[in-house]
Design a protein around this ligand. Structure first.
Ligand code: FES
Ligand SMILES: [Fe+2]
Length: 410
């Protein structure tokens, strides 16, 4: 259970809220999937931390990232013409080069060229890696760019799903570390997830253990097997909103990113990769028949008046949750049903929530450090080999063999 103040600190990310400020000042932020930005194509509205931006791919392939409002009189630059390596506002024709310079102000009569040089466009450094456009919103010199295990891989080695969820980022992030919900909420899919999830389905109260890491922490969910050995599923939490969980397929890694769009909306990314070859394109489908649109993988669910589309007849017929569209719809529904920002002052937690408690402490500590002017660890190391592991160990204490593997200094 948290105080109201702690819950506000944890969840608020807009404006001067300390959590959002810590995230923006320390980390590169995933902003769009590369595949949705086409050269000279439609500029994309991007909202992050409650601020509105526009991202576009210029004629030469470069990505520009500006404040959404035209510096002249505030028209959305998502409406702009995108050509000749520049956005041209449709209201008065002012042109802004992809590099962030104002190159034409045709409605200025006198010394237009000189005048254009004085017009400032708020633009931000971007990098493209791993199928994502990342933006630096922290001002000043950007932090080291994160070297995730998939950011150097080719397109055919990565499978990426993305969707917007109308809920605060922390609800989604908590779910990524909440190993104990799998046996209930995702019961319908455990069989499809394969043998690696058998003990997860059988043992409903895992014991959690943790190792602090420079990037966040490793969280081991430990379950006793009938043969006396211990089944370990170890997740890796990487500040500020990234979790790697073990996959059911050998050689395949996965990360989930819960990017704050604003206080009550989250951009949820699920990334699978295969470092050794092409990725199986069906990888997202093992989680249900949703995912027709990989940039919007959770289909519309309806609201509380329809129980978010829950199928009670299916429940009578054997479905546990009543959401047959897929595992990711189940996650979305439970999070949305908690309200846009869950009231954590009213919770009554149990041992199965230990990873959630650890996550909140880690985030609160990072925000407090930043507020106090102390450094928060940026992505100052290579994560190239960081991957969540699952396995079976003979003694409980040796679970850490599966934690935080092989992090090389960057
Ligand atoms: S508002 Fe954009 S050019 Fe006038
Ligand atoms: Fe889930």
């Amino acid at each position: 259970m948290l105080t109201t103040r702690e819950n506000e600190l944890l969840t608020r990310v807009e404006g001067d809220a300390p959590m959002g400020r810590m995230m923006r000042a320390t980390y590169w932020i995933p902003a769009a999937t590369s595949r949705t930005l086409i050269a000279d194509g439609t500029p994309q509205r991007v909202r992050l931390f409650g601020d509105d931006f526009v991202a576009f791919r210029a004629t030469d392939g470069r990505v520009g990232f500006f404040d959404e409002r035209c510096p002249h009189r505030g028209v959305s630059l998502a409406l702009a013409r995108n050509e000749n390596c520049a956005l041209q506002c449709i209201f008065h024709g002012w042109r802004f080069h992809v590099s962030g310079e104002t190159i034409e102000t045709p409605t200025q009569a006198i010394a237009a060229e000189q005048f254009a040089k004085t017009i400032k466009v708020n633009h931000y450094p971007v990098r493209e890696a791993g199928g994502l456009v990342w933006v630096w919103l922290g001002g000043g010199a950007p932090a080291p760019f994160p070297d995730f295990p998939f950011t150097h891989l080719a397109e055919h080695q990565i499978s990426m799903g993305a969707t917007k969820v109308p809920v605060n980022y922390l609800q989604g992030l908590e779910a990524t570390l909440d190993s104990s919900h799998i046996a209930y909420l995702h019961r319908d899919w455990i069989g499809d997830l394969g043998a690696a999830f058998k003990t997860t389905g059988d043992v409903h109260a895992p014991e959690f253990r943790f190792v602090s890491q420079p990037y966040g922490f490793s969280a081991g969910a430990l379950r006793q097997r009938p043969d006396g050995r211990t089944d370990v599923r170890c997740a890796e939490f990487v500040l500020p909103f990234h979790t790697s969980t073990p996959t059911s397929r050998p050689g395949m890694g996965s990360f989930q990113f819960l990017v704050p769009i604003d206080d009550v909306t989250t951009w949820w990314l699920i990334i699978f990769w295969n470092a050794h070859g092409p990725i199986d394109p069906a990888v997202l489908e093992i989680q249900g028949p949703e995912h027709a649109d990989l940039d919007n993988f959770v289909p519309p669910l309806g609201g509380p008046e329809t129980h978010w589309g829950q199928d009670r007849a299916a429940m009578k017929a054997g479905s546990f949750s009543g959401f047959r569209a897929g595992l990711l719809s189940e996650d979305t529904v439970v999070q949305v049903s908690m309200g846009p920002i869950a009231d954590r002052t009213k919770e009554q937690l149990c041992s199965g929530d230990a990873a959630i408690v650890r996550l909140r402490r880690t985030l609160l500590d990072a925000a407090a450090r930043h507020q106090a002017g102390k450094p928060v660890n940026p992505h100052a190391m290579s994560y190239r080999t960081l991957q969540a592991h699952a396995g079976v160990v003979d003694t409980v204490g040796s679970w850490t063999d599966l934690a935080g593997a092989e992090i090389a200094p960057g």
